[in-house]
Design a protein around this ligand. Structure first.
Ligand SMILES: NC(=O)c1ccc[n+]([C@@H]2O[C@H](COP(=O)([O-])OP(=O)(O)OC[C@H]3O[C@@H](n4cnc5c(N)ncnc54)[C@H](OP(=O)(O)O)[C@@H]3O)[C@@H](O)[C@H]2O)c1
Length: 304
């Protein structure tokens, strides 16, 4: 049997259950992974709470789209992996389980130096951060604003922009400011008065915005003269029609890209902190913490 996280009605973390189902098996071209860790993302919560978001979904649904674990079964025709390989990968709302079955191309090797919790939590934020950072092409010496800079996507994006040579200003609540400073990010509190604080923090001006928070930061950047072509938001989708900004988010995942992001985290170029880990059967508490929206890094379910 395999334990899976499942919900049969839309709602908050209280609708999540651990259900025992028959073990899945790898079909042609697929691998089965014995899961060691599976990350939580806000998108899981949004989909679970909003029937209209993905209208063709049928309940019951599993949950979680990123994982790390050990390949324990190969389907016919798979030549890119062997049983025992340690991998990280992505799936479509099935990752939070004892076993996950995915196409062999949806996993990448887990570097030996990468811990299980981090490996299971980096795929979605890494992919999203990389694509949204590329959308504004930060250049050496430019000043880039990153909102929600202490969150999973924001912290990753801020560090990618710094690696490109940009000066990064990041919005966060006060409790995260020393932490961001330690990573070379100039912290600014969001909320009323943010525009003035941004002016003071970046008197040289802001060249681009990587937005992970929404309308407030996008409008602040526009007020500060940032060209909408150099603003990308993964949250404020109306901003494309209203201001001409871009909305490049996660997607187009490739095994090579996931492997490269994993190496960036393993070699220390990117720090991906783990805010908390929970056992699978405490998944409700894990999402309650996630949905409090004031995290420093990732929440990950870990399996023995
Ligand atoms: N479109 C896509 O492809 C895509 C992909 C991934 C994520 N997303 C979305 O992007 C957002 C961020 O995701 P995440 O995984 O990084 O979230 P997360 O790890 O949960 O982080 C949330 C962060 O938001 C900050 N925050 C809360 N209220 C804020 C405000 N009013 N202004 C600025 N920051 C605020 C918090 O900062 P403090 O603790 O410092 O207050 C916290 O660090 C979520 O809405 C998520 O659904 C979209």
């Amino acid at each position: 049997m395999s334990r899976i996280v499942q919900y049969s009605r839309y709602g908050g973390p209280e609708v999540l259950d651990i259900v025992e189902v028959a073990e899945p098996h790898a079909g042609p071209g697929e691998v089965r992974v014995a899961v060691r860790s599976a990350g939580l993302n806000n998108f899981d919560s949004k989909v679970r709470r909003s029937p209209a978001l993905l209208p063709h979904r049928v309940l019951p649904s599993g949950q979680g789209s990123e994982f790390a674990g050990v390949i324990d079964e190969l389907g016919d025709g798979v030549s890119t992996a062997v049983v025992g390989d340690e991998v990280l990968g992505w799936s479509n709302f099935t990752a939070q389980a004892d076993f996950v079955v995915v196409p062999a191309g949806h996993v990448a090797p887990k570097p030996g130096g990468l811990g299980w919790a981090t490996a299971g939590g980096l795929g979605l934020v890494g992919n999203t951060a990389e694509r949204s950072t590329r959308a504004v092409t930060p250049r050496r010496g430019e000043t880039v604003l990153v909102s929600a800079a202490a969150g999973g996507v924001g912290l990753f994006a801020a560090q990618l922009a710094i690696a490109e040579g940009a000066i990064v200003v990041g919005t966060a609540s006060e409790g995260n400011h020393d932490y961001l400073r330690g990573l070379g990010i100039i912290p600014v509190a969001y909320g009323p008065g943010m525009v003035d604080r941004l002016r003071a923090a970046a008197p040289q001006g802001i060249d681009a915005l990587i937005d992970n928070a929404g309308r407030e930061t996008v409008e602040a950047a526009i007020e500060l003269g940032v060209d909408p072509k150099r603003i990308n938001s993964i949250v404020y989708f109306e901003g494309a029609a209203e201001y001409g900004i871009s909305n490049v988010g996660g997607g187009g995942k490739k095994s090579e890209d996931l492997g490269r992001l994993a190496r960036l985290v393993t070699d220390g170029t990117i720090l991906l902190p783990i805010a908390a880990t929970y056992p699978l059967d405490e998944v409700r508490g894990a999402y309650e913490q996630l949905e409090s929206r004031h995290l420093r890094g990732k929440i990950v379910l870990t399996l023995p």
